[in-house]
Design a protein around this ligand. Sequence first.
Ligand SMILES: Cc1ncc(COP(=O)(O)O)c(C=O)c1O
Length: 404
Amino acid sequence: MYIDFDTEIDREGTNSIKWEFHNHGGVPGQHWDRASRRHGADRTLAMWVADMDFRCPEPVIAAMRDRVEHGIFGYSNKTDSYFEAVAAWFARRQGWPVQKEWIVTTPGVVPTLNVVVRGFTQPGDKVIVQRPVYYPFFRVAKNNGAEIVSNGLIYENGDYRMDLEDLERKAADPKAKLFILCSPHNPIGKVWGAEELRAVAEVCARHGVLVVADEIHGDLLFPDVRFTAFATLGSVAADNTIVCTAPSKTFNLAGLHTSNVIIPNQAIRERFQTALATSSMPGMNPFGIVATEAAYREGEPWLNSVMQYVAGNARRMTEFFAAELPKLKVVQPEGTYLLWFDCTALGLDKDQLESLMLDKAKIYFDEGYIFGDEGIGFERINIACPRSILDEALSRMRDAIRSL
Ligand SMILES: Cc1ncc(COP(=O)(O)O)c(C=O)c1O
């Protein structure tokens, strides 16, 4: 299916966090500056927060347009048809026969993680993560008095792997209560295989550590890559997990605040629902409901096309680095539309690297260090953009680095 992802769409004037605001210190929601980024020859290119610069699937826009035309936007809830669409998606795309009763809706994955930490830990308990990793994981633990422990990923020959022996030791600590799995892993773009996920499931079950599987990027796969949904790995995994999913990354609907949390184990689900009920979290908004259902029913051709385009962007960047910036290395992605690249060979400290990219090249990335100290010397770029924007960013990086 041909869809035009090449045309640049000006997002100025849409309240876009990515293009119109600047966030200091990696703490979304705080320290916001209003920044007009698009105007003038030296506009700063926004390649940080994870949303795409593409229109979402046309059937989604049509469903929302119909809903707008009704003109009344009161409190809203889901019907059976919604749950059927969600369950059918996971069965079809991920080979995971989700039952409708397992699905709990929330306004987002990060709010969900916050509720999980509140509901399943006591202050002083430990939450295990695998740095470098999506930085709001640190915040949800801290917000609730839990301590973050990192089972750091091992970086070798340009690739990452899990340190399962270290995980075994950390999970054995009686204070360790939760393990937040990021699968596929943001920022490194790794799609974990069945073998390592099964090992994680066994270690965590053995030590009574609940696995929170953040699978928000689970549909964003490079061509020929297979995703293993954690809960498909048998009862050891399925009975000890809370799986966070959302149509927001998959179909570019992040502003609609819609997430489906899937919990096969009834006791864990009820405990989560109790914690959710005491959090005063709002229910779903009317647009999120219709958009999610339309996306899961009719968005598949768009998703396949967008990931082909993103894979083309990843190839472009890898080839550009090899030809023009051989000191920089892309960690080859298998999933997500976020590329993690290694700038350590430039020999800059984290402030110098940030200033090089932001002040000199005028590109706003997510700096590697915000994902944990393991990310120092790396950058995360969002490549879900027209190729012309990527090309402009690559030229700017080349010119800035050559001027060093
Ligand atoms: C791994 C991961 N989890 C959660 C989120 C955010 O989810 P939400 O907007 O539903 O809170 C993101 C967004 O980039 C993410 O990368």
